[in-house]
Design a protein around this ligand. Sequence first.
Ligand SMILES: [Zn+2]
Length: 116
Amino acid sequence: MSDLLKDNKYFRKKLLQLREELSVRSKSSDEDTKTVELDQSRMGRLSRMDAIQSQAMAVEFKRRRGIQLQRIEAALKRIEGDSFGLCVNCEDEIDPNRLELDPTTFLCIECAENRG
Ligand SMILES: [Zn+2]
């Protein structure tokens, strides 16, 4: 067993924490989008534009959060299936430093560069 696989518990914990943070943030920003809709008629033109802008941002955050959540779920599944830390493209081990920065990383540095 490689060191990486022994670290699975550590990364699992990190991923679960990330997921928890996302769900907490998701609740507060759902409230933001609701407030905008309710208050629109009472606002002046400029603040309405601000509200529309911040609502658009909230929608964008929500979209990104959805993607991030999918990545977290996928990483957790890879941990369950013992393939965590392996590149999904070439099955090489992913640099643990990359996983430390972002435990949802699923490509080794070479494949990530080839892709982007
Ligand atoms: Zn690779």
